[in-house]
Design a protein around this ligand. Structure first.
Ligand code: HEC
Ligand code: HEC
Length: 524
């Protein structure tokens, strides 16, 4: 926690970028477009050019993620299936009595966790209880609200599919003012309404709500010009790109907004928004793969600074200029020790990971540096965040506000892009696989024929149920758990934290700098 210098100064460039886009058979593969793409304001990191050419910073001529070529699994003693299952089923977050284990340790942090040596933990103290009601709200053991709310989302294409190593979940919490009525008392229905407003702002579309009397709230939620009955929160954004909107928060937040203390803008989360994200092992129950109790990582972020469109644009431009003018093209990383990484776009990120014994410990500087690129450095995110814009919104699910432990991915139809294309099918076709590195044989064999064409029967099944692609076989799940556990034993996360089963063939050890990727037209 006290480190000041990084061994790997380009840890913010993930392993995916070192994929060989041209295969041994000379076919071109593009798993890059999901992250590097033409951005939509207020994301000003327009980086679809990175689909085309390998413009790495100078140290990028060596791939730092060496666990890909030299997987720890190869040197690890073999765990039996029973050992693996026993391990992944025991929680390192909640103890047998239902108490949270990590906060107890953070109350008396060991010296090597205490970055500034003041005897206290000054970062995030985990406070999600995983006791959800039927609207996805989390509750303390005494029944009160923790403020956290779980939601379901379509996993991001590639690495984040469970078939490539991990299951995960995401919860959101808004700042206290957005949870309160005008008098400042907690009010779950006001809170739910503000979450619906945030969802509409982030998704950029109307969000259906339970019929609500707008007169009580004093806000025209459906923007029909009068205070009456609303059945949706209407989305609105000024066409001039200024970030103005006619939308409003409700309750006390409305007052804060009026007095100029709380900003509201399309594509931006309100200040104080937090996300909790657990990355977990794969469990196998009755032959089916499910989310394990054990955390690989606990990841967290909080919006600490409100930036307008103009300020965000200026930050992106300064960032790009600084990178151009630096001698080696490497980005600086703002490290706040116990408070994590500041991504320069208003958010701080923090995380915990397993120690050698499987207990959660804070991630060190070298490990945390990896968070900054995906969250804040690419065109794909909405205000540095991935999942909320990918939230489930179908009629057949309780509006997407639930935790995966209440209902899993099974039976979910495949998401479509705005132009109607099926999102995961497009990924399979572009990447030529279900993972960036084309190492997931199981997906390749299921979805591609000998001529490397997609099999239509399998694709049809994927359209109906995404688990056909997303979930691995039980055998593969256990192998992936073993592979990751081997990284934990070595504590070699700084060399890559993917679950690697065998040395990767399709990845550069030394990418040719500034070479063309072979991809001719960026995927939009
Ligand atoms: C999961 C998301 C993701 C995928 C997939 C991905 N990248 Fe990246 N890439 C990143 C991030 C994050 C960075 C760091 C951006 C930053 O903060 O400057 C990055 C950086 C880069 C850079 C260095 C750019 C610079 O200015 O320093 C190159 C080159 C690159 N990626 C190429 C690729 C290629 C080619 C592919 C496909 C084979 C690819 N990436 C796939 C997320 C991704
Ligand atoms: C390779 C890119 C990548 C890296 C590196 C990365 N993340 Fe993420 N993160 C994602 C994606 C993609 C999601 C959405 C999860 C999904 O689709 O399954 C996500 C989700 C999250 C969320 C939930 C909010 C959101 O954006 O959806 C938090 C919090 C988070 N990550 C924190 C972190 C922290 C802390 C680190 C560093 C330890 C980190 N992330 C590293 C890609 C990345």
């Amino acid at each position: 926690m006290r480190a000041r210098h990084l061994e790997n100064r380009i840890a913010y460039i993930p392993a995916q970028c070192f994929t060989k886009t041209i295969g041994a058979d000379r076919r071109v593969h593009n798993p890059c477009y999901v992250c590097h793409r033409r951005s939509e304001p207020p994301n000003y990191t327009n980086d679809d050019n990175l689909q085309l050419s390998l413009t790495f910073p100078v140290p990028g001529s060596t791939n730092p993620w060496t666990n890909l070529f030299d997987p720890p699994l190869a040197r690890a003693p073999r765990w039996s299936d029973d050992d693996v299952l026993r391990y992944v089923r025991s929680s390192n977050y909640v103890d047998d009595r239902g108490d949270l284990t990590l906060p107890r340790r953070l109350d008396h942090p060991p010296p090597d966790w205490d970055g500034d040596g003041n005897g206290r933990w000054d970062g995030y103290r985990p406070d999600v209880w995983f006791r959800f009601d039927d609207r996805g709200f989390d509750h303390l053991p005494n029944g009160s609200f923790s403020g956290w709310r779980a939601f379901a989302y379509y996993p991001f294409p590639g690495t984040f599919f469970p078939t490539n190593g991990s299951t995960d979940d995401v919860l959101i919490r808004l700042a206290p003012v957005l949870q309160q009525d005008a008098a400042g008392a907690f009010d779950a229905s006001i809170y739910a309404m503000n979450l619906a407003v945030v969802e509409a702002l982030i998704v950029g579309a109307d969000v259906p709500i339970e019929a609500t009397d707008e007169r009580g709230l004093g806000v025209d939620l459906d923007l029909d010009g009068r205070l009456g009955r609303a059945e949706r929160v209407a989305f609105d954004a000024a066409r001039d790109g200024s970030g103005r909107t006619r939308m409003h928060y409700v309750g006390r937040a409305r007052e804060e907004e009026r007095s100029g203390r709380l900003g509201i803008a399309p594509g931006l989360f309100p200040i104080g928004t937090e996300f909790f994200h657990s990355v977990r092992y794969l469990d196998v129950a009755d032959g089916r793969v499910a989310m394990a109790a054990r955390f690989k990582e606990l990841r967290y972020t909080r919006k600490v600074e409100w930036l307008t469109y103009a300020q965000l644009k200026a930050r992106s431009e300064t960032e790009a200029l600084e990178q151009q003018q630096s001698t080696d093209g490497v980005r600086e990383i703002l490290w706040g020790r116990e408070q994590g990484i500041n991504n320069g776009q208003g958010w701080v990120l923090q995380a915990f990971i397993e120690d050698r014994d499987g207990e959660l410990r804070p991630q060190w500087f070298e490990e945390m540096a990896a968070c900054m690129g995906c969250h804040g450095g690419i065109g794909a995110t909405t205000d540095s965040i991935f999942s909320l814009s990918r939230k489930l919104r179908g009629r057949d699910v309780p509006r997407g506000w639930f935790h995966w432990s209440q209902r899993d991915l099974r039976g979910l139809p495949e998401p479509r892009l705005r132009d109607g294309r099926y999102e995961y099918t497009l990924y399979l076709a572009q990447a030529g696989a279900g993972d960036e590195l084309r190492e997931n044989r199981e997906v390749i064999e299921r979805f591609f024929d000998e001529r490397h064409k997609l099999r239509s029967a399998e694709v049809d099944q994927l359209h109906r149920d995404i688990t056909h692609l997303l979930l691995p076989s039980a055998e593969r799940a256990l192998a992936l758990d073993r592979a990751y556990r081997a990284v934990v034993s070595e504590q070699s996360f700084a060399k890559g934290r993917d679950a690697v089963l065998a040395p990767s063939e399709n990845v550069y050890a030394s990418p040719p700098r500034s070479a063309e990727t072979g991809i001719v037209t960026p995927v939009r």
